[in-house]
Design a protein around this ligand. Sequence first.
Ligand SMILES: C[C@@]1(CC(=O)O)c2cc3[nH]c(cc4nc(cc5[nH]c(cc(n2)[C@H]1CCC(=O)O)[C@@](C)(CC(=O)O)[C@@H]5CCC(=O)O)C(CC(=O)O)=C4CCC(=O)O)c(CCC(=O)O)c3CC(=O)O
Ligand SMILES: NC(=O)C1=CN([C@@H]2O[C@H](COP(=O)(O)OP(=O)(O)OC[C@H]3O[C@@H](n4cnc5c(N)ncnc54)[C@H](O)[C@@H]3O)[C@@H](O)[C@H]2O)C=CC1
Length: 192
Amino acid sequence: MNTMFPIFLKMSEITTLIVGGGNVGHEKLAAILKNSPDAVVTVVSIEFGEELLDLAKDFPSVTLEKRPFEISDLDDHHICLCATDDYDLHVKIQEECNKRKMIVNVADTPPLCDFYLGSVVTKGDLKIGISTNGKSPTLAKRMREFLEDALPSETQSLLDNLKDIRDKLTGDFQDKVKQLNDITQKVFDKKE
Ligand SMILES: C[C@@]1(CC(=O)O)c2cc3[nH]c(cc4nc(cc5[nH]c(cc(n2)[C@H]1CCC(=O)O)[C@@](C)(CC(=O)O)[C@@H]5CCC(=O)O)C(CC(=O)O)=C4CCC(=O)O)c(CCC(=O)O)c3CC(=O)O
Ligand SMILES: NC(=O)C1=CN([C@@H]2O[C@H](COP(=O)(O)OP(=O)(O)OC[C@H]3O[C@@H](n4cnc5c(N)ncnc54)[C@H](O)[C@@H]3O)[C@@H](O)[C@H]2O)C=CC1
């Protein structure tokens, strides 16, 4: 059983620290920015890879700090992702995050992670997060591709219409819930 609880974070409202700016650091930063171009991220790394430098320059809310990690880097951040090649450092950061009640992801060490990144299907405002409980990130990626193809292109206009209707509905909460359930039932019945 996958006991993880998915939530959707407003990355512009919290601050994220990535430690390590090589290949894995680049992948994690790219995954965040693809979803949240307004994410407030600090990347601390002794060296930065070309790809990460190239990506970061287009995002004003990303700050790069070229130096070794310091414990005080954790002071100003809500979540932390470890992406160096130093396992002992990752253990130290994970312990310190736990002490501070910060949540941490350690890219290549699932047992040290408080949260995983997921595959993300996006159709306009609709977003679906996928996790395989860490069993197969490749299957998560394939499921994303499958769902991206399967979701109808009119998904966004359906959402826009439902938002208009939702704003115009009157009556008490129960009435609104019933009307919205009836309307969406009709949409899905039509498709069968
Ligand atoms: C536990 C987790 C923790 C975390 O990183 O957050 C984790 C861990 C590990 N990944 C590894 C490898 C690969 N990861 C990918 C891809 C993705 N990995 C992602 C998430 C997660 N990866 C979390 C679990 C998510 C879940 O619950 O399913 C995705 C979904 C999201 C993202 O990272 O953005 C993104 C797909 C995005 C997309 O395209 O949709 C590919 C495939 C590829 O790149 O084509 C490979 C190579 C093939 C393979 O090994 O499967 C290794 C072995 C490293 C080694 O060999 O040493 C570990 C460590 C281990 O498992 O021990
Ligand atoms: N590249 C990949 O696709 C994969 C890598 N891994 C593992 O993930 C880890 C990272 O891999 P890569 O990103 O490829 O390595 P990398 O060598 O490209 O990047 C590591 C980065 O960490 C930085 N760093 C090291 N010590 C630091 C410190 N004390 N403070 C701040 N920054 C520090 C380095 O300057 C470097 O930029 C490695 O342990 C690797 O074995 C696992 C699976 C796949």
